[in-house]
Design a protein around this ligand. Structure first.
Ligand SMILES: [Zn+2]
Length: 471
């Protein structure tokens, strides 16, 4: 109750700030995140349902692919997108996590403990916070965690527009487009806008029906119409000179091979020595009963079933790699996170590790039944790569770059909006600077901007103090 009161006060102060802010000097950014839309899938999609995307690309920039972070699951990548950081710096290690100290699970927004503050402790500022603090309007449409209070700011997101995986429906972004672009147009002279949209139709169709289905064609077509409609609205409201559109995905999805499914139980002589497993298919974290880590590690490491499969595969690495947490490769930028089990199993792309008897969290058990495709595997695998395309005043027309990383997006968006982050991102503008329009390197906070930030900051500090007193 007190918390709610404090944030209400904050939102009033933001409204006051809105009315008194000086004329906007810069550009707007609209991001459309399309869940699970892989670069390979985009490339094999029929050109008849890539019309909106082609229009965008003629006027903008395409990356050959967008590299996700490891593991190529949703939550790790959403937070890398929001912070510009590798997983070990934001701690969202996977879609399912276990906290040993508090004995609770994180279950991709579907569990009773998912709103517990411990998961967010030490989380560096997400994009919407940094942008909101700079007195820029933030609008969120099913963008994960956007509505969650962070430090002294909360982005007001009406409940029907909040992301929740419990709701399996395909979200309807279409109905909101006219309202969004009317708003952008109306505030054009006064205030910059950041709009975060997410479309889940492609990932939903792939997971339920696989790539060889009518459902996926419909979803791909819908995504393309969405990309087309957004550009039409931008044209209609004369926003093409002021507003940038970035279309991207968090990772690709690929088929789970029926003949490469492995039960972890087949490697363990005494199941009572394992307390729990967390995640399955592409990765699995194993929590042995205290004092048994060495034994379980050895049994898993020497288990026959996932060693190379005869002559044909003798050149390849084992189907499943077994690591102690501290021995995980540095190149994954993952092992220094909280919420990783003492032993980690990582499957080769397409292969799957499953548990039939070991204790795990409830949501996980139901979620992985009947999945056709999945992600989480090697973030260098071609099928795991996402898409990136963008047009607007910040981007040169008809350009292509080989690749961009998901950790480059936060620095890119902040550069376009001309604001600075409190933390230094792991990503950078290095990959994309060649196709940005002139002046990108000078887009640091100007006097104008710092005055604005100062006024907002002063206002927020007062409220921040109040929040601390009330809590
Ligand atoms: Zn995802």
């Amino acid at each position: 109750m007190l918390r709610a009161l404090a944030f209400t006060v904050l939102s009033i102060s933001l409204v006051v700030g809105e009315n008194s802010s000086p004329p906007a000097k810069g550009q707007n950014v609209v991001i459309l995140l399309i869940d699970g839309y892989g670069a390979e899938l985009f490339n094999r999609t029929n050109s008849a349902i890539r019309v909106g995307a082609e229009a965008l690309l003629t006027n903008g920039v395409k990356a050959g692919y967008l590299r996700p972070v490891f593991p190529t699951l949703t939550y790790p990548n959403w937070f890398s997108l929001a912070t510009g950081l590798y997983v070990e710096s934001h701690n969202f290690t996977s879609d399912y996590m276990y906290d040993e100290e508090h004995n609770i699970y994180f279950e991709r927004d579907e569990g009773p403990n998912d709103t517990n503050h411990i998961w967010w402790e030490g989380l560096p500022d997400p994009l919407w916070y940094t942008v909101g603090k700079a007195n820029i309007d933030v609008h969120c449409y099913w963008f994960g965690s956007c509505h969650r209070p962070h430090r002294d700011l909360i982005v007001q997101v009406p409940k029907p527009r909040r992301h929740n995986f419990k709701n399996h429906d395909v979200v309807n972004v279409f109905n909101h487009l006219e309202g969004i672009f009317k708003h952008v147009k109306k505030y054009q002279q006064y205030k910059q806008q950041l709009v975060l949209l997410r479309y889940n139709g492609i990932a939903n169709a792939l997971r339920q029906f696989g790539e060889e289905s009518d459902a996926i064609n419909d979803a791909l077509s819908n995504a393309d119409v969405l990309i087309r409609d957004i550009q039409e609205k931008m044209t209609q409201h004369e926003l093409l000179d002021s507003t940038n559109l970035i279309v991207l995905s968090d990772h690709g999805l690929m088929e789970i091979y029926e003949d490469e499914k492995y039960y972890i139980e087949d490697c363990i002589s005494d199941l009572s020595l394992i307390q729990r497993v967390v995640n399955s298919l592409s990765i699995m974290m194993v929590y042995p009963v205290e004092g048994n880590t060495d034994r379980i590690f050895f049994e898993l490491k020497s288990c026959d079933q996932w060693l190379a499969l005869g002559d044909y595969d003798s050149e390849e690495s084992p189907v499943v790699q077994i690591y102690r947490k501290e021995e995980l490769p540095d190149t994954l930028y993952w092992k220094h996170s909280r919420n990783i089990g003492p032993i980690v199993l990582i499957a080769r792309p397409g292969a799957a590790i499953i548990s039939r008897d070991l204790p795990t969290n409830e949501v996980l058990e139901t979620h992985y039944r009947d999945l056709h495709v999945h992600s989480g595997w090697d973030n260098h695998n071609p099928e795991m790569q996402g898409i990136f395309m963008a047009r607007g005043p910040a981007f040169k027309p008809n350009e292509e770059i080989p690749s961009i990383s998901i950790i480059d997006i936060q620095p890119l968006v902040l550069n376009i909006l001309d604001i600075e982050s409190k933390h230094t991102a792991n990503g950078s503008l290095e990959n994309i600077q060649g196709v940005l329009t002139a002046g990108w390197e000078d887009r640091t906070a100007t006097d104008d901007a710092s005055t604005t930030s100062f006024l907002t900051a002063a206002c927020l500090t007062v409220v921040g103090t109040l929040v601390r007193h009330l809590m």
